[in-house]
Design a protein. Structure first.
Length: 239
């Protein structure tokens, strides 16, 4: 199966290993992965900040960069959720509305694509350690992803998955929310870490590096021994 790779801005700039590991996982699952080096942002930051005109300029480029009929897969439910749910709103009553609709139907977050499209759960990964899972708001509420990452993690040899309390509660990141409401954001992140630590897990896993970036900052501030890992990093742990 031919798959187009979408690498979100912050993954490209800060966590490129996540993108490389996603390619490794997709190829292990039997996909041929292509990457358009001209791709940029999906437009979400500008849209969420209220700059819909500027966002549309970026979205126009995204539509052009990901033209065709292949599936598009990304290691971020946040960016995928934006394209799936808000492109049609942005292009409502325009000539590109149907194009936006078709695009939204072929873009997937990694775990959703593996489990529900490829019907793959066991990739032969091995990861020794106790982990707990954080449901990002975008994955849970915008992409309706809940069991998919867990199904994949349960097949990883040597991995023990322990659920934390309030695992569906926001970690406090929320993009610009973390900047505009810093004290609230930090308090929510601290609570997430407290719940994770109570499980005695060594790692917090998620589909979204944006959440994990925020959580990791709070971990370092609290000097907790927890570590964060993207789901792709765990699934790519095979020979």
């Amino acid at each position: 199966m031919q798959v187009q790779l979408f690498v979100p801005c912050f993954v490209d700039q800060l966590y490129p290993s996540v993108a490389f590991n996603m390619v490794k996982v997709l190829e292990k699952a039997g996909c041929t992965v292509t990457y358009n080096a001209n791709q940029t942002c999906c437009g979400q930051p500008a849209f969420n900040a209220g700059f819909w005109g500027e966002a549309k300029d970026v979205c126009n480029k995204f539509i052009q960069d990901f033209s065709g009929s292949d599936y598009i897969v990304a290691p971020s439910a946040s960016c995928v959720g934006f394209v799936k749910n808000y492109y049609q709103k942005l292009y409502e009553s325009s000539a590109q509305q149907q194009t936006a609709k078709k695009l939204s139907e072929r873009i997937y977050e990694l775990s959703d694509f593996l489990v529900n499209v490829l019907k793959v759960e066991d990739l032969g990964a091995q990861f020794n350690g106790k982990v707990t899972y954080h449901d990002s708001c975008a994955a849970l509420r915008e992409c309706k992803i809940k069991e998919e990452p867990r199904k994949l993690l349960r097949q990883v040899k040597g991995l023990e998955l322990i659920e934390m309390a309030d695992n569906e509660t926001c970690c406090g990141f929320g993009g610009s929310f973390a900047v505009k409401f810093e004290p609230i954001s930090i308090a929510m992140g601290d609570q997430k870490i407290t719940n994770a630590a109570a499980t005695e897990a060594e790692y917090i896993i998620s589909t979204d590096m944006s959440c994990l970036m925020h959580i990791d900052g709070c971990i370092k501030h609290k000097r907790s021994g927890l570590q964060v890992l993207h789901l792709a990093d765990v699934l790519a742990s095979f020979d």
